[in-house]
Design a protein around this ligand. Structure first.
Ligand SMILES: [Zn+2]
Ligand SMILES: [Zn+2]
Length: 181
């Protein structure tokens, strides 16, 4: 299958590896591949620049990604493509390592412990990082005007339809007919 996105840390060459790739949306959405929940509504492939280097007995993964997801604006409810970018950082250490670090380790690095030979599914790493960057409330634009509290129209695309309260006015019914037309 997609061996391209599987790495085995134990086999990493001393010069390390790097990637600069568009990770296919279809792969990130494939439930059969990887164990991290798939991302809903990816608008396209995810650009990922990534490097993996040996660092003493550990392995440092470092990268940055840019993704675009189909979301709904929490202000005006319209659909839009939410652009989000973030970093990927991991420091792997074999769990069998005799020098397993304690909390009081001098450099206070936080390791991700992994069984030898250290199979890492990079797609899961990327999914995890995008989930961490997920925000519940996103707006389509800083200048989004939202929905009118009165008539509910999207004020970005339509003028407010609120009519003054003139229920005593005999022409009120006529006016709303006109608006509907
Ligand atoms: Zn909006
Ligand atoms: Zn209104």
């Amino acid at each position: 299958m997609q061996r391209h996105w599987m790495v085995t840390l134990q086999n990493l060459s001393s010069s390390g590896r790097s990637w600069d790739a568009d990770v296919p949306k279809a792969l990130l959405e494939d439930e059969l591949y990887g164990s991290v929940n798939v991302l809903p509504g990816l608008a396209g492939d995810v650009h990922w620049q990534l490097s993996l280097q040996r660092e003493g007995s550990a392995f440092r993964l470092n990268g940055s990604w840019e993704a675009c997801l189909a979301r709904s604006c929490s202000r005006c409810t319209a659909g839009f493509n939410w652009s989000v970018a973030g970093a990927s950082e991991r420091l792997y250490q074999f769990s069998s390592s005799s020098d397993k670090k304690s909390d009081t380790d001098e450099d206070e690095q936080s390791y991700d412990y992994i069984e030898r030979p250290g199979e890492v599914n990079l797609l899961d790493v990327l999914r995890e990082d995008i989930w961490l960057a997920w925000k519940a409330d996103v707006i389509c634009s800083d200048t989004c005007k939202g929905l009118c509290q009165g008539c509910g129209v999207n004020l970005n695309t339509s003028p407010c339809q609120c009519v003054p309260d003139d229920s005593n006015n005999p022409f009120a019914a006529l006016r709303s007919l006109k608006l509907d037309g």
